[in-house]
Design a protein around this ligand. Structure first.
Ligand SMILES: NC(=O)c1ccc[n+]([C@@H]2O[C@H](COP(=O)([O-])OP(=O)(O)OC[C@H]3O[C@@H](n4cnc5c(N)ncnc54)[C@H](O)[C@@H]3O)[C@@H](O)[C@H]2O)c1
Length: 419
């Protein structure tokens, strides 16, 4: 596959899609630098847990900086230390529901974060960006499948989606003003699944916002049942239809976009499979992959959901030579491998082993990593005092047990926590 030369800076590279993309970049022998503030990624021993596993899987090293893209001086140092040819910009907050409650946090992080990154890129002469956009910019689709000429910014139902739309507009304006700048806007449909190894995957903080991680947490026994929002849509079985895309295919889409990111101008591509699956079809496929029952109940529609949304990705195939290869069965099988091997995610891997928990203790007591570890553990323990919570997690991991946040309220757990 052709690719522009030089180091790739990946913002948000410790997250779900970022870590899979970093793995594919390393497999292509690319130099990769990751910046991430770990707001939604687990700290490992020295690096984020996802990147430690990526290094193990590839046998290669990633340079990592724990920083916020809003911190322009720190970001500029990274650009000065490495010759960055291209930036792949994943760093963002992405929970739709939370964005409704905290719009300012979303605009500040996603929009201001992107502007800060673009300022630093300008200062350091880097003119190539691949941006994680989303099918949410299409709002309620006027026709299906949706291609890139479909209007955007109309009837977007939440602030998260609007941050993606605003950033797209900023990038389009920048490409008009700076004739040397290249922006590739990749509009993802519904990324799911995990790396075939089952060692990296999606590790949501708290209850998952998306269907597949929710289904897999029900299958593994972390949640009692799934709620299906709406059974009366105008779809074959009445449940919502979406274009699910394997995260490994999506990661490869970024590699395919690299040559485009060397061509000035704004280039826009849908990344999806072109096929829609209903919620009930996903549940069936997951049952088959996992061999587990998935109890569910159909409840009222959720505000802002559309009946069907799937992509026309033929432009990406024509111009980037990319098309999704993996099927819904591959998506479910890999998601299940990840979930069943890592019941509680990266930090709380079932049967977790000394390496991880002693690493957690080490990282907790190491000044530089302290904040992110404690923040993560603090969230994990549902807002307990962060110090007590981190000690608690270490102790529980030492005996290979994990306590869900709700269980923290049980007296036995609390006593155990402080003993
Ligand atoms: N997962 C999806 O369904 C989906 C769909 C469409 C678009 N996207 C977009 O793709 C990108 C990656 O999504 P993901 O699913 O991997 O999410 P993720 O939360 O797993 O990864 C995002 C990473 O960015 C980091 N981050 C957030 N704000 C930051 C900041 N200010 N500075 C530095 N790091 C920061 C987080 O710690 C996290 O590691 C996001 O931009 C998201 O909006 C995701």
């Amino acid at each position: 596959m052709p690719a522009v030369a030089g180091t790739v800076l990946v913002t948000g590279g410790a997250g779900f899609i970022g870590s899979h993309t970093v793995l594919e970049l390393l497999n292509l022998n690319r130099e990769v630098v990751v910046v991430d503030n770990l707001v939604n990624a687990a700290q490992g021993v020295g690096k984020p847990a996802s990147l430690e596993r990526v290094e193990r899987l590839t046998g290669k090293t990633v340079t990592f900086y724990s920083l916020d893209v809003l911190d322009k001086p720190a970001l500029a140092k990274v650009f000065k230390q490495h010759e960055i040819a291209t930036v792949i910009h994943f760093a963002a907050l992405k929970a739709v529901g939370e964005s409704v409650e905290k719009p300012l946090a979303y605009y500040r992080n996603n929009v201001n974060g992107t502007i800060a990154l673009l300022d630093v890129m300008e200062e350091c002469g880097c003119k190539s960006l691949i941006f994680s956009s989303s099918a949410t910019v299409y709002g309620s689709p006027q026709s299906l499948p949706v291609d890139e000429s479909h209007p955007t910014g109309v009837a977007i139902t939440n602030p998260y989606g609007r941050t993606k739309f605003v950033i797209e507009e900023i990038l389009k304006d920048l490409c008009v003003a700076d004739k040397e700048f290249s922006a590739v806007l990749l509009r993802y449909f519904n990324p799911v699944g995990a790396h075939a190894s089952g060692d990296i995957g999606e590790d949501p903080n708290g209850p998952p916002n998306n269907l597949m991680p929710y289904v897999s947490q029900v299958a593994v026994g972390r949640r009692p049942k799934l709620q299906v929002f709406g059974g009366d849509y105008d779809t074959p079985d009445g449940t919502g239809v979406r274009d699910y895309l394997h995260v490994v295919d999506l990661a490869k889409g970024h590699l395919a976009a690299l040559p485009k990111s060397a061509e000035p101008g704004c280039h826009i591509y849908n990344l999806g499979t072109g096929s829609g699956f209903s919620v009930l079809q996903v549940i069936e496929a997951f049952k088959k992959a996992s061999g587990r029952d998935i109890p569910y109940e159909v409840v009222a529609r959720r505000a802002g959901d559309v009946a069907s949304l799937y992509a026309d990705s033929s432009k990406a195939e024509r111009e980037l030579g990319w098309r999704a290869e993996l099927t819904i069965d591959d998506m479910c099988a890999s998601a299940w491998r990840w979930q069943s091997r890592n019941k509680y995610g990266f930090l709380c891997t079932a049967g977790g082993g000394r390496h991880q928990w002693s690493g957690l203790i080490a990282a907790t007591s190491a000044g530089g990593k302290r904040t992110s570890v404690l923040r993560r553990v603090g969230m994990c323990m549902g807002g307990m005092g962060s110090c007590a919570a981190s000690v608690c997690v270490c102790v529980m991991r030492a005996v290979n047990m994990y306590v869900e946040p709700s269980e923290m309220l049980r007296p036995a757990s609390v006593i155990f926590c402080f003993c």
